[in-house]
Design a protein around this ligand. Structure first.
Ligand code: AMP
Ligand code: GLY
Length: 433
């Protein structure tokens, strides 16, 4: 490490995604001290954690000023939507991540859909509603299945795929009348159901130049065979075999570049990680959603394959000087399996002591992988952990083939135990068939 040039870095967030980013930043040439705010007891095995939440914008910013932080990486959706990057900029602290105005591409689905419509970017046809009677009237004559989405951020739980009118009516009433998503669900996007393989494409963006990362596949449903409820994500693999070079070229021309231009033209150039959730339909690739940040758990499969220096790429995004040749990925395959609390995403127990995590970490490290901690906290001293959330940790590995990477993940998962631990046994299966 060149100490003279070393940058003091703060990473905002507390999930597996942030842990994967930190592990990569630790390998970067110009990385000096790295802090996680707030991080968690598993991340603390790698870097110091400071108990400040990034949604507390003023407190977070004050800490960065008083600790002479040179660069901040902001990846959770809430602080981006609340303007953390803008607040840091006002204190002359550069950050990786979009401004509040650019983050609206994720924080309002109705806004994102309207921009896509104006710019002919392929996406599901849709209508926006704030009145339940009107929404129900529309649902009566719509084609099924029908997709009902809360406009705002809803922890990945704001989307209902409805097979029948009765189910759509329930989803509409829950959001617009019972306000089950609070303010986020006071506006609804009701859209056409799209069928096909789903692909996540994360990209680096400096406002004008966009460089896609290796493609990936999330597994959103809680149970094997894509049954159960939508979750934040139960596992990921990269690359996604459905995403061929031909499809990638088509997406670049019809989706990625038009999106970058559209955001620039809207006066909100996008700097940071722009995430495209795509459905490869019979009519070509269509946008399911934009996220204004790295995906979780996709990041835990994508970043381990990055061969170039993550910090240099992030700085280039912030400073508007990104080039294609800065971003290089290995040709290997990666996987991450999320270990969750039984019952997630609904009710689940926390406070369960975790066994075998250190052993699993050793096995993963030998296979070029790692454990990425999310919902964990200290369990007494001695570095022991207990569960503190729904998604507890991810086990990730890279290998020459997806099969080998998955086998290393499941081998490590088998070493970890807590009461009612749950994980999917079929991560990556559809990609291997
Ligand atoms: P979103 O939060 O918009 O990404 O939606 C969460 C998940 O719901 C997506 O990853 C898809 O699996 C599913 N989904 C969302 N919109 C649609 C759609 N129009 N057709 C089919 N599935 C969808
Ligand atoms: N894994 C999907 C997301 O981060 O929104």
């Amino acid at each position: 490490m060149n100490v003279k040039n070393a940058l003091t870095i703060a990473v905002a967030g507390a999930g597996g995604r942030e842990h994967a980013i930190i592990k990569k930043l630790l390998q970067c040439k110009r990385a000096g001290a790295i802090y996680a705010l707030p991080g968690n007891a598993g991340i603390e095995r790698d870097v110091p954690c400071i108990t400040i939440k990034p949604v507390h914008i003023a407190e977070f910013t004050r800490w960065c000023v008083s600790h002479s932080v040179d660069y901040v990486v902001v990846t959770p959706d809430d602080p981006l939507a609340l303007g953390l990057v803008d607040a840091l900029a006002a204190e002359n602290i550069p950050a990786f991540g979009p401004t509040q105005a650019a983050a609206k591409i994720e924080s309002s689905k109705a806004y994102a859909k309207e921009l896509m419509r104006q710019n002919n970017i392929p996406t599901a046809s849709y209508q926006v509603f704030t009145d339940s009677a009107r929404a129900i009237e529309y649902a009566k004559t719509a084609a099924y299945p029908l997709v009902v989405k809360a406009d705002g951020l809803a922890l990945g739980k704001g989307v209902s795929t409805c097979g029948t009118f009765e189910k759509a009516q329930m989803a509409i009433c829950a959001a617009l009348e019972e306000e089950c998503f609070g303010k986020s669900g006071k506006t609804l996007v009701i859209e056409e159901f799209l069928a096909g393989p789903e692909v996540s494409v994360l990209s680096f963006c400096d406002g004008r130049t966009l460089v896609p990362m290796v493609s990936s596949m999330d597994h959103k449903r809680a149970l094997d065979g894509n049954r159960g409820e939508n979750t934040g994500g139960m596992g990921a693999i990269a690359p996604n075999p459905f995403y061929t070079p031909e499809i990638a070229a088509l997406c670049m021309e019809r989706i990625y570049m038009p999106t970058v231009s559209m955001l620039e033209a809207a006066g909100t150039p996008f700097k940071g990680c722009l995430y495209f959730g795509l459905m490869l339909t019979a009519d070509g690739p269509k946008v399911i959603e934009y996220n204004c940040r790295f995906g979780d758990p996709e990041t835990q499969a994508v970043l381990p394959l990055l061969e170039s220096d993550l910090l240099e790429i992030m700085l280039a995004c912030t400073e508007g000087r990104l080039t294609q040749d800065m971003v290089r990925f290995s040709g290997k395959a990666a996987a991450c399996v999320v270990l969750a609390s039984g019952g997630y995403p609904q009710n689940y127990q926390t406070g369960c002591p975790i066994d075998g995590d250190s052993e699993a970490e050793k096995a993963l490290a030998a296979a070029g992988g790692a454990a990425y901690y999310a919902g964990v906290e200290q369990n007494g001293g001695l570095g022991k952990l207990r569960t503190a959330g729904g998604r507890v940790l991810g086990v990730g590995a890279c290998a020459d083939t997806l099969r080998e990477a998955l086998s290393a993940c499941y081998h490590a998962a088998g070493k970890i135990h807590w009461q009612n631990m749950h994980y999917r046994r079929d991560i990556g299966l559809s990609a291997m068939e």
